[in-house]
Design a protein around this ligand. Structure first.
Ligand SMILES: Nc1ncnc2c1ncn2[C@@H]1O[C@H](COP(=O)(O)OP(=O)(O)O)[C@@H](O)[C@H]1O
Ligand SMILES: [Mg+2]
Length: 325
């Protein structure tokens, strides 16, 4: 069966005064129907730029897709007109962002914000849209949904606001939900509830999910497959159990070692030294080599290809399988 979403060799560039920044550099991945696919990496690695490229929603930033294809349900989204993209957004692909405060309109009642998409995309009347909004609020676990419909966003907690955003995203029953760090701004208990909610809704509606996170713990809890992204590129991809059982890229290993519970209890946590490179001027060769404990001379000049190790598990590392020296 053809995947629902197939991103091939995607390149996205931010124009800047000095030099263009290639935030997404030849990124390829697929998401199947009903699958939760994780994109993991530190801040600044191009995860959001990848998500925004799919919907061509750059929030006013001077960004452009300069290469590759984004096939969704049989069409290449990069070839659609702006008017056609407007129909895809919300209706077929919905997105939930990190910050539940700024993503809601503070001057509009919560129920109206949920009903808005239904009225626009599904051409149903106001009254029917309000009833549907109550149903959606119940679905995402907002208590006393009927009463909360006329509340303002500031009357909701962070976790409840994120539930409202998910209700808005689900209103038109999208085939794909893109959730960009949906729980990063929330405390751990609420984070857990929201992730469980996303998984339950996936079961219920059979939708696919692209889940972005900087936290491999979140990946372990939710994703069927995962890709590690570093400095604009995918450096490893695998089925989640395989990635945790046998992480191969030194960057994935470093992310795991910095995770509480990611190592044996006797071993101390090791934060990754340094930071991802400035993408206006990335290092040559493997972009991780300046932070890598097993890099050799060749890593400074040769950019490794993403190659299969065993079937779906692929890694871009010249030193794959090498022991730390
Ligand atoms: N609005 C912007 N203008 C210029 N460059 C940007 C903008 N947003 C992101 N970038 C560049 O793209 C890189 C990737 O950003 P982003 O996709 O937001 O990373 P992530 O979501 O992984 O934290 C950043 O390091 C930055 O160099
Ligand atoms: Mg981001």
């Amino acid at each position: 069966m053809a995947p629902l979403l197939s991103v091939r060799d995607l390149v996205t560039v931010f124009e800047s005064k000095t030099r263009p920044v290639q935030a997404v550099d030849s990124v390829s991945f697929e998401i199947r129907e009903g699958e939760v696919f994780g994109l993991v990496g530190e801040s600044g690695c191009g995860k959001s730029a990848t998500c925004r490229s799919i919907l061509r929603l750059f929030a006013g930033a001077p960004a452009r897709i300069t290469g590759g294809t984004i096939e969704f349900a049989g069409r290449d989204l990069t070839c659609l007109s702006e008017a056609e993209m407007t129909r895809v957004r919300g209706r077929e692909i919905a997105m939930v962002f990190q910050d539940p405060m700024t993503s809601l309109n503070p001057t509009m009642r919560v129920g109206d914000q949920i009903a808005e998409g239904l009225i626009r995309h599904e051409s149903i009347g106001r009254r029917a849209a309000r009833l549907e909004a109550i149903e959606l609020l119940k679905q995402v676990g907002v208590p006393s949904a009927e009463q909360r419909l006329d509340s303002w966003p500031h009357e909701f907690s962070g976790g409840m606001r994120q539930r409202v955003l998910i209700a808005i995203a689900l209103a038109c029953r999208p085939k794909l939900l893109i959730a960009d760090e949906p729980t990063t701004a929330l405390d751990v208990t609420i984070q857990d509830q929201i992730l469980k909610l996303i998984l339950r809704l996936r079961e219920q509606y059979g939708m696919s999910v692209l889940l972005v996170t900087h936290d491999l713990g979140v990946v372990a809890q939710t994703c069927d497959r995962v890709a590690t992204m570093y400095a604009g590129r995918i450096v490893e991809t695998a089925e989640t159990p395989s990635l945790f059982a046998r992480p191969l890229h030194p960057y994935t290993i470093a992310l795991l070692n910095s995770l509480p519970g990611g190592k044996k209890r006797s071993e101390p946590l090791q934060p990754i030294g340094g930071a991802p490179p400035n993408l206006a001027d990335p290092p040559p060769g493997c972009r991780f080599h300046p932070r890598c404990s097993i890099a050799v001379e060749a890593c400074r000049s040769t950019a490794p290809a993403l190659l299969p190790v065993d079937a779906p598990h692929r890694v871009a590392c010249l030193r794959r399988g090498a022991e730390p020296s």
